[in-house]
Design a protein around this ligand. Structure first.
Ligand code: NAD
Length: 273
C-alpha cells in the first residue's frame, strides 16, 4: 500500500474503496469487509450514499484498529451551511459509529453555501474531530474564493478524473497549493475499460484494463477510490503495486483526454440541492 503525505503530514492511503451506489445493506457490509480483508485501509462514503451505517458495521466487524483506517465522508447539499454542516457531521459520526472522521469533504460547491460549509469543516478540524479538511468537485474558481475567506485551505480535492477527463489544469493548480487530488470515477464508471489503447496496454503488461487505468492514476500521483462489490474485482483493483507503466505509454494515455466528463460540471452554478 502507498501512503500519500498530506499538507499537515497526515498519511492517506493512495488506494481506497468507493461505496457510491452500494444500496443493499448486506452487499455493502460484505464489500467493505472484503476490501479490508485484502488490505484496503481507506473507505470513501458520503451522507448522500445512505450507507454510512453499513460502512461502520463493516469496520467494527473487521477488528482492524481505528487508527489504521482512513475514513472519508461528505456533507451533502441539503445539509450545507455553517450550523447545518456541524449537525450533518454529528449525524455521519453517529451513523458510522466513530468518534472522529479522517477526511471530511464539502460534497459539492453549492454556490451560495460552500464557503460557510467549509468554515464549519475548518471548525471541526480545529476541534480535532476530523484529521483532514477537504472539498469535492471544487474548481479553481471555488478554491480561489475559499482562499480569501478561510484560514486553513482544503488539503484534498476529490474530483471526477480518468483518462478521458484528466484534469491537468486543476491538478497543477492544486499542486501549487499543496492540495492532494482524489479521482472519483477513476475507472470512468467502467466505461473506459473498452478503450482500444487501454486493452492493448493490458495485453502488453499482462494486467487487466482496470489495473492499467488505476496504475496510470498512481503514476500521476493521484489518490483513487475505485468502486466494486465483486470480491475478485476488489482484489484486482488493489493489485497495483508490482508494476509500472513506461513513459512512452503514459504519453499515449495522455492523448486520451477529450474533456469526456461523465458527471455534472461544477463550474456551472446550478442549484443541486
Ligand atoms: P468507478 O470509476 O469506480 O467505476 C465503478 C464501476 O466500474 C463499478 O460499478 C463496476 O461496474 C466497474 N468496475 C469496478 N472495478 C472493475 C474491474 N476491476 N473490472 C471491470 N469493471 C470494474 O466509479 P464510481 O463508483 O462512480 O466512483 C468511485 C467512487 O468515487 C464512488 O464509489 C464514490 O465513493 C466516489 N464518488 C464521488 C463523487 C463525488 O461527487 N465526490 C461522485 C461519484 C463517485
Amino acid at each position: 500500500m502507498i501512503l500519500k503525505k498530506l499538507r499537515n503530514d497526515v498519511l492517506m492511503p493512495q488506494v481506497g474503496l468507493g461505496v457510491y451506489k452500494m444500496t443493499n445493506s448486506k452487499e455493502t457490509v460484505n464489500a467493505v469487509g472484503e476490501a479490508l480483508k485484502v488490505g484496503y485501509r481507506a473507505i470513501d462514503t458520503a451522507s448522500y450514499y445512505k450507507n454510512e451505517k453499513e460502512v461502520g458495521e463493516a469496520i467494527r466487524k473487521s477488528g482492524i484498529p481505528r487508527e489504521d483506517l482512513f475514513i472519508t465522508t461528505k456533507v451533502w447539499n441539503d445539509e450545507q451551511g455553517y450550523d447545518e454542516t456541524l449537525r450533518a457531521f454529528d449525524r455521519s459520526l453517529s451513523l458510522l459509529g466513530l468518534d472522529y472522521i479522517d477526511l471530511y469533504l464539502t460534497h459539492w460547491p453549492l454556490f451560495d453555501k460552500f464557503i460557510d460549509t467549509y468554515r464549519a469543516i475548518e471548525k471541526l478540524y480545529e476541534e480535532r474531530l476530523i484529521r483532514v479538511p477537504g472539498v469535492s468537485n471544487h474548481h479553481k474558481k471555488h478554491l480561489l474564493q475559499l482562499e480569501n475567506k478561510v484560514n486553513v485551505m482544503p488539503m484534498v480535492n476529490q474530483v471526477e478524473c480518468h483518462p478521458y477527463l484528466q484534469q491537468r489544469e486543476l491538478k497543477d493548480f492544486c499542486k501549487e497549493r499543496a492540495i492532494a487530488v482524489t479521482a472519483w470515477a477513476p475507472l470512468g464508471k467502467g466505461t473506459i475499460l473498452q478503450d482500444e489503447l487501454i486493452k492493448e496496454l493490458a495485453q502488453k503488461y499482462d494486467r487487466t484494463p482496470a489495473q492499467i487505468v488505476l496504475r496510470w492514476h498512481l503514476e500521476c500521483d493521484t489518490i483513487i477510490i475505485p468502486k466494486s462489490v465483486t470480491p475478485s474485482r476488489i482484489k484486482e483493483n488493489f493489485k497495483l503495486f508490482d508494476f509500472f507503466i513506461e513513459k512512452n505509454d503514459l504519453d499515449k494515455l495522455a492523448n486520451l483526454e477529450h474533456n469526456g466528463r461523465i458527471g455534472a460540471d461544477p463550474s456551472i452554478d446550478d442549484d443541486f440541492s
